[in-house]
Design a protein. Structure first.
Length: 80
């Protein structure tokens, strides 16, 4: 199994986009709210969540493929 180091903001963005998409899908499947309002809010949430997922996915795939370089540690840049 390959480990990909993610920062806390990256993990947060992944979780937020999954939450938005899941909430929108839940509203689309639920029947408790007025049909027109439920459909509008559900489609909006799914669309927004999907659009926010694109840059998060690109960043994740870039890290997975090793395309992004890690910032140097402070101890590496000090003169001996």
């Amino acid at each position: 199994m390959r480990e990909v180091p993610l920062t806390l903001p990256e993990v947060g963005m992944i979780n937020i986009t999954r939450f938005i998409i899941g909430t929108g899908a839940g509203l689309l499947l639920a029947g408790k709210i007025d049909n027109k309002a439920r459909r509008a809010v559900g489609l909006t949430l799914v669309t927004v969540g999907s659009l926010f997922s694109i840059p998060v996915g690109i960043a994740f795939l870039g890290k997975l493929r090793g395309g992004q370089t890690q910032p140097r540690q402070l101890s590496d840049t000090r003169a001996a």
